[in-house]
Design a protein around this ligand. Sequence first.
Ligand SMILES: [Zn+2]
Length: 266
Amino acid sequence: MTWRRLLRRTVILWNVAAPFAAIALVMSGLLWWALGLLMTGHALWLISTLIPACQWCGEVVTTLSQARGEKEPVGAESKEVWLTIDDGPHPEDTPRLLDLLDAHQARATFFFIGANAKKHRKLVRQVIKRGHEVANHTMNHPQYWYWAYGPGSAEREIDECQKVLSDVADVTPRWFRAPAGFKNPIVQQHVEKTGLRVAAWSARGHDGVVTDKERVLQRLYSEIQPGGIILMHEGRVADGGGRLAPQVLDELLKWLGEKGYRCVVP
Ligand SMILES: [Zn+2]
C-alpha cells in the first residue's frame, strides 16, 4: 500500500470515527481532547480537498513529466506544455478552438462536462477525430458543493460522465479533474478505483471568473514554464463582447509559438 492510500484511509476513518470518540471524551470530561480530535480530522480532510495540487490522499498530476511517469523534468530545450481546456463542449467555442489548434499544430486535452457532451455529441467526436483527447470533468459540474459530496453522489458524477464520454467518443478517458479542482478523499479513492488519474495545473489565467482577455493572458504568460500544465475554460463571454476562450487561445498560441513552446498531450 502506498503512503497516499494509507493516509487517505486514515483520514476517511478518522472522520467517520472521530464524532463517536469525541462523545466518549466529552462524557469523560476531556472536552479539549474531543475538540482537538474533531478539528484535526476536519483539517486533514479540508486541506487535501481544497488545495487542488495537494497529494496527501492520492496522486495529483501537476507537471507533464509526472503525467508521463518520467523522473526527469521536461527540459528547457524541448519546451513542451500540456494544454487543458475545461467545461466544454460549447457549441460556439469548441469549433473555433479546434480550428485554432489545427492552425498552430497544437494538441490539447478537453475536460468535458458529461451533460454538455450528451447535448453536443458531434463536437466530442470532432475533438477525437482532430487528434485531441477528451477527459472527465464530472457529469453536472457541481462546482459549489462537489467538495462536500459523499460516496454515492460523488462517484455517480464521475461514473456517468465516464460512460457518456466512452459511449460518444468510443475511447475511455484517462484523466479526471474535479470542478474547481476540489477533490475530497472519497473522490480520490473512486478515481483510483476507476483507473483514472487526477490532473491539476501549473498555469492558469483565472478565465473561469476573470473575463478580461489581457488579464487572463498576462497571468498565463507569467506562470507558463517548460513541462507545465495550462488550464483554460470554455463557455465565457469576454469583456467588451465576443467569446473569451477563442480570443485567449488565439493570442496564447501565437505567444507560445514565438517562445518556442509546443503543446502536446501526455
Ligand atoms: Zn470546470
